[in-house]
Design a protein around this ligand. Sequence first.
Ligand code: CTP
Ligand SMILES: C[C@](O)(CO)[C@H](O)COP(=O)(O)O
Length: 217
Amino acid sequence: MKATAIIVAGGSGKRFGSKTPKQFLSLCGKPVFLWSAETFASSKVFKRIIIVVPENKITALKKKYKDYFFVSGGKERFDSVRNGLACVEKDTNYVAVHDAARPLINKADILAVLKKAKKTKAAIAVEKTKDTIKTVKSGFVDKTLDRSVLYNVQTPQIFQAALLKKVYSKKIAPNTTDDSMLVEKSGVKVAVVQTKFPNFKITAKHDFEAAEKILTR
Ligand SMILES: Nc1ccn([C@@H]2O[C@H](COP(=O)(O)OP(=O)(O)OP(=O)(O)O)[C@@H](O)[C@H]2O)c(=O)n1
Ligand SMILES: C[C@](O)(CO)[C@H](O)COP(=O)(O)O
């Protein structure tokens, strides 16, 4: 069984608001992206780790990190995933797509999602929603959703390689925010695996501080 991880680190981090994109900031002494790349590598299952980064970072990163394959990102997250997919070798069985902005991912959670994906062709990391979720129209509550069926979707999202390549070979709608959406649209059922460890995405500065607290406790 051959598995490859695509770590998407090609964003600009607008919501974070730092000059250096958040995935390249030093988190407890290591760049944010390197935390999950090393966790995938330590699993010993993902033999190839492709890291998708802004074009202007590639030369320096290739020189510094010899164990990873660096490719350039695209305008949207799905463009970056597609660029990473183009480097996935033909004999690969499973591909994991993971946000570099989720540095805390635990090896056990990665392996749990992979185990499920091997059974179902497609599996994603999720966390049960803790908040009450409402839809809003013109600044007022429209509906309160049934929390019992709501989950926060995370990454990794792991798929049979042929399936992911197939869905990414088609035109992608601009509001595509995760890979699972494309697989769902293809009619393949996507299994969910609840993560057991913190795996939140660093989006704003307070997320970075929260990650620091967890890594230094
Ligand atoms: N064109 C893009 C956009 C996002 N990403 C990556 O996808 C992950 C999740 O995206 P997000 O947290 O939204 O990162 P940004 O798009 O950089 O953040 P923002 O929306 O605040 O600009 C991040 O690891 C980001 O680097 C990417 O590889 N290529
Ligand atoms: C893929 C993802 O992390 C699942 O929750 C999320 O959709 C990424 O969204 P972003 O706006 O690209 O951070």
